[in-house]
Ligand binder design. Structure first.
Ligand code: GLP
Length: 249
């Protein structure tokens, strides 16, 4: 592993995806040992499947409890029922929550079946604020530089909101749907401003498909056209990536 600082962002480049996940899970557990009631922001997507495997295994081996932990997921498709196998709600229970001792009432996601998406967005923001704010936020990275479902052009000041997915995001995520023809084309997502309020941020990305977005985020202009470039203004943001994702740096 090599570590460097690029334009205000701490960057760890790992030789293997396993090494990346080990490091990211280690940072989570260190924080939980320091503060058992930590508030953790969580992400979904294929990047986080190996991460949650590591976290689940370490939970069994190390006996660190999530009983006091609160989690807030970045986003959820809209409209979708929590019980749909394709919802991020189902993903989180399948990949992580069922394997750890988190309390159901402490595991938060936006409600993709809310009648009024604006009211739901405001409720989600309030519930993050009422928890005391996010201590550690995990992020994946879209091939177009998106974070959460904040697509290129989303204001850096945005809060939780309903957004329309771009065609590239629809194309990237459609194969993951059990019924691809029924994929929602909108989502509720924390805004970039919401993400930037977190005390610390860890972005995970691996594979060649992320190389251009990693390079644009860390070395291109800081611009709303590249949502992840906002992280250069944070101060405590870190990228944990593999050699392939770092190949454009
Ligand atoms: C999705 C999610 C993001 C995720 C990104 C990358 O659109 N909403 O939170 O980070 O895509 O996904 P993947 O990890 O599958 O490449």
């Amino acid at each position: 592993m090599r570590a460097e600082r690029i334009n205000g962002v701490g960057v760890e480049v790992h030789e293997s995806v396993d090494g990346m996940m080990e490091s990211a899970a280690g940072k989570l557990f260190t924080r939980l040992r320091r503060k058992s009631g930590s508030v953790i922001g969580l992400a979904t997507g294929s990047t986080f499947i190996p991460f949650y495997k590591h976290v689940s295994a370490r939970f069994r081996d190390e006996g660190v409890s999530f009983a006091e932990v609160k989690t807030f997921n970045l986003d959820e498709y809209y409209p979708i029922h929590a019980g749909s196998p394709d919802s991020y709600h189902s993903y989180m229970w399948r990949e992580l929550f069922s394997n750890i001792d988190i309390r159901e009432e402490n595991a938060h996601l936006p409600d993709g079946s809310a009648q009024d998406p604006e009211a739901e967005s405001a409720r989600y923001e309030r519930s993050i604020a009422d928890s005391g704010g996010i201590d550690l936020q995990f992020l994946g990275l879209g091939g177009n530089g998106h974070i959460g479902f904040n697509e290129p052009g989303t204001p850096f000041s945005s809060r939780t909101h309903l957004t329309r997915l771009t065609q590239s995001t629809i194309d990237a995520n459609r194969p993951l749907f059990s019924d691809p023809s029924n994929m929602p084309v909108s989502a509720l997502t924390m805004g970039i401003g919401t993400i930037m309020d977190s005390s610390e941020i860890l972005l995970l990305a691996f594979g060649k498909g992320k190389a251009a977005a990693v390079a644009a985020s860390l070395k291109g202009a800081v611009t709303e056209e590249v949502p992840a470039s906002s992280l250069r203004r944070h101060g405590r943001a870190h990228f944990i990536i593999d050699e392939a994702a770092a190949s454009g740096l």
